[in-house]
Ligand binder design. Structure first.
Ligand code: GUN
Length: 277
């Protein structure tokens, strides 16, 4: 599995960092409220930290936490020398302003690459961190020797977390990129021309077999629940799988790659903050 390989590399480099410099990368994970999906993600992130030898600190805040309280915690973590990465799990409860919280995180500790400074750097192609899910998808494509150059790439979804940066990373590798969204006309037809189709819509089994070209590469970023409450993706996997050359399952496809990239980013943050390359 690609994610296991990435985590193994991070683990080895972490050991080296400890032995040579006495540095242990530290990640702070902040969760506000009791959203069950967020709780699962945060637990998985903490487990991955343990597996690669990082220190992780969880800050589980009550759902009624105020904006001011959350901002003061972020400020405190920005100044904590043993914390190299800060991750505030999204979505936040409605009364909190996630944009302001993201902007309060020091760009040097922004291992999600959500801060405007890091987003801007990605647009320019000169970045320290890449957003975890899109970078995890690219890593998978590289691992399977799937070239993006000149290909028709279609991304369904335009979120700041996945859709927009995903399109940018595919563009950096010379893909011809189309972003589809809720107002797109002829969405099925556009998708059916894709050589590489990335689904990041958040709707269970949204991508059906008629929307997929024979031999396409299909990447499913969805984490949805089907009519029986069972975890599934944005792609109707059973009916699409025989049509494509590659397809990622849910669970077990993109999710583990997101976490593996978070580990890579946290290690990089620790090195940058200690002037080690
Ligand atoms: N919520 C869903 N995906 C993510 C992610 O990659 N990072 C954070 N912080 N929150 C998320």
């Amino acid at each position: 599995m690609v994610s296991a390989q990435v985590k193994e590399q991070v683990k080895n480099q972490t050991l080296e960092l400890k032995e040579k410099y006495g540095i242990t990368p530290g990640l702070a994970v902040v969760i506000v409220g009791d959203d069950p999906a967020s709780r699962v993600y945060v637990n998985n992130k903490k487990k991955a930290c343990e597996a690669v030898g990082f220190k992780s600190e969880e800050y589980a805040l009550d759902k009624n936490t105020t904006q001011q309280e959350l901002l003061s915690l972020v400020k405190e973590l920005n100044e904590k020398p043993d914390i190299n990465g800060i991750l505030v799990q999204l979505p936040l409860p409605n009364h909190l302003d996630d944009k302001a919280v993201i902007e309060a995180i020091s760009p040097k500790k922004d291992v999600d690459a959500f801060h405007a400074v890091n987003v801007g750097k990605i647009m320019l192609g000169e970045y320290d961190f890449l957003p975890c899910t899109p970078a995890g998808v690219m890593e998978m494509l590289h691992y399977y020797n799937i070239s993006v150059s000149g290909k028709n790439c279609v991304v369904i979804g335009r979120s700041n977390i996945v859709g927009k940066p995903m399109a940018m990373l595919l563009l950096h590798e010379n893909g011809t990129v189309t972003i589809c969204h809720s107002r797109t006309q002829n969405l099925a037809e556009i998708c059916s021309r894709a050589d590489i189709l990335v689904a990041a819509v958040g709707k269970p089994k949204f991508v059906t077999a008629d929307m997929v070209k024979e031999g396409a590469v299909v990447i499913d970023v969805g984490m949805d629940r089907d009519e029986n409450g069972k975890l599934c993706g944005d792609v109707d996997f059973e009916n699409v799988k025989d049509k494509c050359s590659y397809i990622t399952p849910v669970p077990g496809g993109v999710g583990p790659m997101t976490i593996a990239t978070l580990m890579k980013n946290t290690l990089k943050a620790a090195k940058l903050q200690n002037n080690i390359d």
